[in-house]
Design a binder for this molecule. Sequence first.
Ligand code: SF4
Length: 366
Amino acid sequence: MASSPRRSAGPPRQVDTDERPLVLIWELTQACELTCEHCRADAQPDRHPDELTTAAAERLLEDVREFGEGQLVVFSGGDPLKRDDAVHLVEYGTDLGLNVTMTPSGTTSLTPDAVADLADAGLRRMALSLDGATAERHDAFRGEAGSFADTMRAAQAARDEGVPLQVNTTVCRRTVPDLPEIADLVADLGAVLWSVFFLVPVGRGAALDPLSPHRAERVMEWLVDRSDEWPFGVKTTEAPHYRRVAVQRADEPPGRQMGITAGDGFAFVSHVGDVYPSGFLPESAGNVREESVVELYRNSALFESLRDPDRLNGKCGACPYRTMCGGSRSRAYAATGDPLGSDPLCSFVPEKYDGPLPWGEESAGD
Ligand code: SF4
């Protein structure tokens, strides 16, 4: 079932996503020691001079609290730990009543002591990236020898501190053969969730090979079929058609419940305070230094359009699954410049659709 936590492309909807996001990502900084091949942020070694100051960051967290008690905020980057106020900001957000999680980079800075400090500050979950099942393959992808070992050490530290662990994996042609072994590793690490990110070709990721639509479909079918056996939950990122695949595998009709997609249950605040529907959709609705993130999320024309499945164009607009899927708005934007266009990674062709296909005259891949 698409609504099952094991098969959902995001948390089940329990709130009105016209009013608040289920997930708000804040990119604390783009600074990072790693040079990952897929990096959306095009991360740099040094912090940007226009990053939000500590005082501005505290004001942002106070604004975010206006969404409501327990609002989930993911501290992201770059490497959020490149900011020396990162632990303070975790504590500040936690004291406000926010549910603060973090995606630190697997570097030598992510020591057991650093993880213990984050745990003491109230961190609710730590997400670590694993893009290869061995040190050799992961380190080559992340651009840093030793990153795999640093990540394993941090995962163990999170376990020791009682901080629930999430593992994030990028799916592209290069990493897809490793997925079964990575799944075994996710289980061995005792992770609660595996977030499987289907590459959107932006930032340095534009140089990587995404999967063909047919290959992506087979990976999603594999995830759906295996998810009940795994001791951790599975969610996809930038691939909401996982929900369509799940209901088709279960031989169920299209449902109405929609998971989160860019601008609809999801928002992203950049290191300089720009508010985007997602980190992979570089259309800004405004800046938190001038307007409240709550106002921008609820009332900007961009976010409102992304929450209306009847405004979708192309194949997604004609699709019976659009209210429960809607396609990746980020990938549609990257491919067409239209955030309401077709998601080119989806191989499904709606019966009523007779327009051009995203893959043109070619087949949808092997
Ligand atoms: S055509 Fe679009 S809305 Fe339909 S399943 Fe594919 S990505 Fe989702």
